[in-house]
Design a protein around this ligand. Structure first.
Ligand code: TGC
Ligand code: FAD
Length: 395
C-alpha cells in the first residue's frame, strides 16, 4: 500500500474519491449543472421557498441547458447516459428538490410517457417542443382516493364516436397549473388503464393550484379536474392499456430520485461542516467536539454509501440490466439516508438550523415529500419484500 504522503489529499466532500469513477463527459455535465445551480438557484431559492413559487424564467433556463428529456433519444433529444442524467438530478436537488422535480416531471414522466407509449405522430409533435420548454407537461396518476394504489383510480374515459369523454380528478400533480399538456391516466369501459394527452384550454379541464404546503414549496402542485372533457382519439397514447404504462414512467423518475436525494444530503452536509468549523461554543469550534465529529462521520458515511449505490444503479441502467426492484431498493435507502443526514445537519446548526437563511431546513422539509412521492417508503419496502420472498404483501 502507498504511504499517505504519496496519495492525493483527501477531499471531505468526496471522501471515497468517487469522482474518479466518472468519465470526462459525465464530469463535464455534472460541473455545468452544478455551476448553473450555484448561479441561478442558490442565491434565490430560499425566497422562492418562502413565497411558495417556482419562477417561470427558471423553467426556461433549465430548457436552455437541454435538461428536459436529456436521457431520451431520437426526435432531436440529447440521448445522454443514465449516469449523466442521474448526476444532473443530484446537482439540481443540491439546489432544491422542487427544481429537480421540474426536470423529473417534464423529462421522466410526461415526456417519457409519450416517448414510450405514444404514436409516431404524437412523439414528433410534442417531444421536440417539450425539450425546448416551449411545451410544459405534467403527469396525472394520483387521485384523492388513489395514491399508493393507482389501480383504484376513478378517472374514467368513455368512447364517444372518434373522441373520448374524460371525467374525474387527479391530486398532487406537479406543474399541473402551469402545464400546457397533462398526461392523464384513466380507466376505460373495457377495464383497461390508458393514457391521454389533455391539452390546457380543452373545455371542462381546470388545474387549480394546491396551497398551504410546507414542503416542496419551490414547486407548483395542483389538482386536475376533468368534467366531460372531450379528447380526440389522436390524443390517446396507443401503446399502453394497463398499469404497466404509468408504472414504467415511475421507474424513470424514481431513478432520478435515487441520485437527487444524494444532492440534498450533500448540500446539508457541506453546510453543516462549514458551520461546525466556524461556530465557537464553550471556547472551541463545535467541529472539535467528539459528538459533532461522530455526526459528521456518520453523514459522510451515508453520503458516500448512497452515491455508490446511485452510481451502481446508473451503470446498470446504462447496461440495460436495471430492474424496478433495484430502483425501489435505491429510492428506499437513499431517501431515508438523506433524511437522516438532513436532520443531523439541522442539529449541528442549532437555532440557525430552522431558518431559511441556511439551506438545511428547506431540504429537511422537501425530503418529506420525496419520501412520499414516487412511491412511499412503505410501497418500496413491499416491492423489495416481494422480490425477496415471492409473497405479495400489498393486499
Ligand atoms: P401490479 O399488479 O403489481 O402490476 C400491474 C402491472 O404493472 C406492471 N408493473 C410494472 N411495470 C413497470 N414498472 C414497474 N415498477 C411495475 N410494477 C408493476 C406489472 O407487471 C403489471 O403488468 P401487466 O402487464 O401484467 O398488466 O400492480 P398493483 O396494483 O399491485 O400495484 C403495485 C404497486 C403498489 C407497486 C404500484 O402500484 C406502485 O408503485 N404504487 C405507488 C404509486 C406511485 O409511486 N405513484 C407516484 C405518482 S407520480 C409522482 O409521485 C410524481 S412526484 C414528482 C417528481 O417525481 O418529482
Ligand atoms: P396513501 O396511498 O393514502 O398512503 C398513506 C400511508 O399508507 C402511507 O404511509 C403509505 O405508505 C401507507 N400505505 C399504503 N399502502 C400500504 C400497504 N399496502 N401497507 C402498508 N402501508 C401502506 N402524483 C402524481 O401522479 N403526479 C405528480 O406529479 C405528483 N407530484 C407530487 C408532488 C408532491 C409535492 C407530493 C407530496 C405528491 C405528489 N404526487 C404526485 C402524489 C404522490 O405520488 C402520492 O402522494 C403518493 O403516491 C402516496 O399516495 P397518498 O398520498 O395517497 O398516500
Amino acid at each position: 500500500m502507498a504511504t499517505t504522503t504519496e496519495l492525493p489529499a483527501l477531499d471531505p466532500l468526496d471522501l471515497l474519491a468517487i469522482d474518479a469513477l466518472l468519465d470526462d463527459e459525465e464530469r463535464a455535465i455534472r460541473d455545468t449543472v452544478r455551476q448553473f445551480v450555484r448561479e441561478n438557484v442558490l442565491p434565490e431559492v430560499g425566497d422562492w421557498f418562502e413565497q411558495g413559487i417556482l419562477p417561470r424564467e427558471l423553467i426556461g433556463e433549465l430548457a436552455k441547458l437541454g435538461l428536459y428529456g436529456m436521457h431520451l433519444h431520437g426526435y432531436g433529444l440529447p440521448g445522454a447516459s443514465a449516469v449523466a442524467y442521474g448526476l444532473t438530478c443530484l446537482e439540481l436537488e443540491a439546489g432544491d428538490a422542487g427544481v429537480r422535480s421540474a426536470v423529473s416531471v417534464q423529462g421522466s414522466l410526461a415526456m417519457f410517457a409519450i416517448w414510450r407509449w405514444g404514436s409516431e405522430e404524437q412523439k414528433g409533435r410534442w417531444l421536440p417542443a417539450m425539450h425546448t420548454g416551449e411545451v410544459i407537461g405534467c403527469f396525472g396518476l394520483t387521485e384523492p382516493d388513489a395514491g399508493s394504489d393507482p389501480g383504484a383510480m376513478r378517472m374514467h374515459a368513455r368512447r364517444d364516436g372518434s373522441d373520448w369523454i374524460l371525467n374525474g380528478a387527479k391530486m398532487w400533480i406537479t406543474n399541473g397549473t402551469i402545464a400546457d399538456i397533462a398526461v392523464v391516466w384513466a380507466r376505460t369501459d373495457d377495464d383497461a388503464i390508458r393514457g391521454f394527452i389533455v391539452e390546457q384550454g380543452m373545455p371542462g379541464f381546470s388545474a387549480p393550484e394546491i396551497h398551504k404546503k410546507l414542503s416542496l414549496r419551490a414547486s407548483v402542485t395542483s389538482e386536475l379536474v376533468l368534467q366531460d372533457v372531450r379528447v380526440p382519439d389522436d390524443n390517446l397514447l396507443p401503446g399502453s392499456s394497463s398499469l404497466r404504462g404509468p408504472l414504467s414512467c415511475l421507474n424513470e423518475a424514481r431513478f432520478g430520485i435515487v441520485f437527487g436525494s444524494v444532492g440534498a444530503a450533500r448540500a446539508c452536509f457541506e453546510c453543516a461542516l462549514d458551520y461546525a468549523k466556524d461556530r465557537i461554543v464553550f471556547g472551541k469550534p463545535i467541529s472539535a467536539y467528539q459528538l459533532t465529529q461522530a455526526k459528521l462521520a456518520e453523514m459522510a458515511l451515508e453520503i458516500n454509501r448512497a452515491t455508490l449505490v446511485a452510481l451502481h444503479l446508473g451503470r446498470m441502467k446504462d447496461a440495460g440490466t436495471l430492474r424496478p426492484e433495484h430502483v425501489s431498493l435505491g429510492k428506499m435507502g437513499n431517501v431515508r439516508g438523506a433524511i437522516e443526514v438532513a436532520r443531523t445537519a439541522r442539529t449541528i446548526l442549532g437555532a440557525n438550523g430552522v431558518t431559511l437563511e441556511y439551506p438545511v431546513i428547506r431540504h429537511v422539509n422537501n425530503l418529506e415529500s420525496v419520501l412520499t412521492y414516487e412511491g412511499t417508503h412503505e410501497v418500496h419496502t413491499l416491492v423489495v419484500g416481494q422480490a425477496l420472498t415471492g409473497e405479495n404483501a400489498f393486499r
